[in-house]
Design a protein around this ligand. Sequence first.
Ligand code: THU
Length: 139
Amino acid sequence: MKNNTYEIPAALKAAAKEAYGKAYAPYSQFHVGSAALTTQGNIVQGCNVENASYGLTICAERNCIGHAVANGEQSFQMIVIYTEQDKLTPPCGACRQVIAEFFEQSAPVIAINHKDEQQVWTVAQLLPDAFTPKDLLEL
Ligand code: THU
């Protein structure tokens, strides 16, 4: 599902862009906003939060998912990643693992930018044969 035509709800795009404006990225200057649509139809937001101890940085996508879980939601329809880069920003490896924990294999992960370009992947495309709850729990 790598294409340029996926229909993203306007409110979800707007939420990712709004979250981008809240990013804390004084070291990389690479701001990222994320928004996810939960199975219940709610929108949750996240941004990257860097730290003077660089390795403690949390990416926008993991922040978004953590935010949702803290608000009582653990399943999602899709997640959007917004940057103001000419290149579309794919989720890092750590975020792919966390996305795989909570999203269906077929769920869309969508990178968008300020030029309204988009790239869509499924969770399975981003992390094939992922280690997930099914490998630990009786699911
Ligand atoms: N970053 C994200 O927030 N999400 C991604 O998908 C890629 C990377 C952040 C982490 C760090 O604050 C900055 O972008 C540069 O790596």
